[in-house]
Design a protein around this ligand. Structure first.
Ligand SMILES: Cc1cc2nc3c(=O)[nH]c(=O)nc-3n(C[C@H](O)[C@H](O)[C@H](O)COP(=O)(O)OP(=O)(O)OC[C@H]3O[C@@H](n4cnc5c(N)ncnc54)[C@H](O)[C@@H]3O)c2cc1C
Length: 273
């Protein structure tokens, strides 16, 4: 779509170029920005010119995924996520766009867009990843950075903790969990996610992350794999999202079912010698 109010586009070549002027926004892949009218948008600053490495190994065994890493690049790197490889692939595939979309849409754009069905939010939130945010340069400084769990980064539908002028730089994934699994439902076979539930085990701990059926991620952490009733009681208090992709009561039912399936799966893995 032509963005008829946009007067200019800059390609950022350094951090100094990320100082945004009035009406400017950063451009990831543009798959959403160019998909609908953007009233008030006067300029775009393309992040891809910064040349960030899409996937970088971290000393703690985790991975740093650049905000500009495309979904296709994340999928290509799935094997580097160890136990989470299948979940990475499933979350990329949960964005039911063509290969053209997967080759352009970015991990950062998906998280910053903050749709409940944002699969990169589900993935990063569910694996306990941290958002690295570049804060805008103050007078005479380059600007700093702050870190926020991705599960807390998205605060609601199209709402994040980003303040004006801030840019998501990267998403830092910890070392792969001991075990991870997920469930996903959508109303239509090729529909947008209506419930995407991810469970992982780190040591004895069990963490269940509910996404897509709630406006923003909800994380439930337990010291051990909980009993069925304990888990169901914890989740039951969520505010269930309701839109054309699924009614609230159905999303609730699917989420509770998935949570119990994942809990049972974790128990079964625990029981293995
Ligand atoms: C066929 C199709 C199916 C889709 N399905 C889904 C779906 O299931 N779930 C879903 O969530 N989306 C879906 N989308 C919407 C969109 O394509 C994706 O969310 C995509 O991942 C957005 O990434 P992008 O890099 O193209 O973002 P852009 O369009 O470039 O940007 C999106 C927003 O994020 C901001 N932004 C981008 N990068 C940064 C950054 N690093 N720091 C700060 N702000 C930033 C931009 O300013 C803009 O406001 C779909 C789109 C299409 C065309």
């Amino acid at each position: 779509m032509d963005l008829i109010e946009v007067e200019g586009m800059r390609v950022a070549g350094s951090r100094a170029d990320l100082v945004l002027g009035p009406g400017e926004a950063v451009l990831g892949g543009g798959t959403w920005l160019f998909s609908e009218p953007q009233p008030g948008l006067r300029g775009l600053v393309d992040l891809t010119g910064l040349g960030w490495d899409p996937v970088v190994a971290r000393e703690d065994g985790g991975l740093s995924i650049a905000a500009t890493c495309t979904l296709a690049q994340a999928r290509d790197a799935a094997g580097r996520f160890g136990t989470a490889a299948a979940v990475v692939e499933a979350c990329v595939d949960a964005l039911l766009g063509s290969w053209k979309i997967h080759n352009i849409a970015t991990v950062g754009g998906n998280i910053c867009l903050a749709l409940p069905a944002g699969p990169m939010t589900s993935l990063a939130g569910g694996l306990g990843a941290t958002a690295v945010v570049w804060t805008p340069a103050a007078e005479g400084t380059d600007g700093g950075e702050r870190r926020i769990p991705v599960a807390d980064f998205v605060t609601g539908v199209r709402s994040t903790v980003l303040r004006p002028g801030e840019v998501l730089r990267a998403v830092e994934f910890p070392a792969p969990p001991a075990w991870v699994s997920h469930r996903r439902a959508s109303l239509a076979p090729l529909g947008r996610s209506a419930a995407l539930v991810l469970a992982r085990r780190d040591g004895d701990g069990f963490t269940l992350t509910v996404t897509a059926s709630t406006a923003s991620p909800r994380v439930f952490a337990f010291a051990h794999v909980p009993e069925a009733a304990e888990l169901a009681a914890a989740i039951a208090g969520c505010d269930w999202y309701d839109d054309a992709h699924g009614a609230a009561d159905w999303r609730r039912a699917m989420t509770l079912r998935f949570a119990e399936e994942l809990r049972a799966e974790a128990r079964a893995v625990e029981a293995q010698p």
